[in-house]
Design a binder for this molecule. Sequence first.
Ligand SMILES: NC(=O)c1ccc[n+]([C@@H]2O[C@H](COP(=O)([O-])OP(=O)(O)OC[C@H]3O[C@@H](n4cnc5c(N)ncnc54)[C@H](OP(=O)(O)O)[C@@H]3O)[C@@H](O)[C@H]2O)c1
Length: 327
Amino acid sequence: MKAYNWGILGTGNIAHKFVRSLILLDNANLYAVGSRDAGRAEQFAGELGFRKHFGSYEEMLADPGVEVVYISSPHSFHLEHTLMALRNGKHVICEKPMSLNAGEVSRMIDEARRSGLFLMEALWPPFQPSYLKAEEILKSGKMGKLLHMRGRFAFVSPYDPELRTYNLALGGGSLLDIGIYPVMDILRYMGEPESVSAVSLFAPTGADESTAMIFRFSDGRMAEAYSSFANMAGIATEFNCENGNLILTRGRDRNQHLIIELPGDTDNRIFTPPAQGYQYEAAEVMSCLDRGLTESAVVPLSFSLTLARTLDDVRRKAGIRYPGRDR
Ligand SMILES: NC(=O)c1ccc[n+]([C@@H]2O[C@H](COP(=O)([O-])OP(=O)(O)OC[C@H]3O[C@@H](n4cnc5c(N)ncnc54)[C@H](OP(=O)(O)O)[C@@H]3O)[C@@H](O)[C@H]2O)c1
């Protein structure tokens, strides 16, 4: 089995969690980390066991040993950092959202295709055991036709204009940070909507604190999604089907629940992936590379583009702006 040299771009919250999952994979070499700050890169490398550390992203990407890069900078830098990595000949897995708008996502895809390198948005739920089980049940026909979906992702993040989540220059706001997950679920199972309605409540910085969305599909179905930094509504996606409901939820612990509601029968299955569960998306990257693929069939680039287009539509309807980066 070929082992791949990983480079980590950025040393923030999710980079730590991703690496704690990556460690579980025998074919992943913890090779290099790049930070804007040499001390932070050194500390990250020492703490997690990387061979090399660099005080700039440019130096890390120039290292010929780096084969695949995980982009973990704030959303507003995904475009710049992904293009930089691809132009240095590296395969890329980029954190979600792929970028701030569909035009930028398109540029990233064009660059990956031009260079013949791998690119995938780090949308981790589709690789989780609970999702795979839900998908299997939906495909089995046991639940009947999928009629409606409802998804939410909400937790309390107290307002602080300095936080990434409230800072527009870093792509702050609940829609792109967490609303992307229920929207992703709806698009995966119901396709691209015909029309979108959306309303947001805004924090003083202009970042959307909460966003509520309704999607309408050409076959007459509807779906609802909601994101918020202002309440503890939690994380859940409901599939309302002809014969009953499937509900995927996650609590504050690592447990993933799949609740199967059929008339007179409720089954709650609990899945507890090791570490944070990010190893599955990293394994997918390396499995694609092993097979000479430049994109994943689970999260294809066409899906990332459709997702970005739908998020653009939600933003237009709700009035969510990223000055200078609206298209
Ligand atoms: N998949 C998931 O479950 C998940 C969860 C959380 C976040 N995310 C995504 O991951 C990305 C990062 O989120 P995070 O929570 O890890 O953020 P974070 O803790 O703020 O870390 C972001 C890192 O990006 C680097 N960076 C580069 N330019 C920066 C700038 N101008 N300001 C601040 N940081 C900058 C910094 O690393 P250096 O200082 O070392 O250069 C920083 O530590 C976001 O796009 C987010 O959507 C995904």
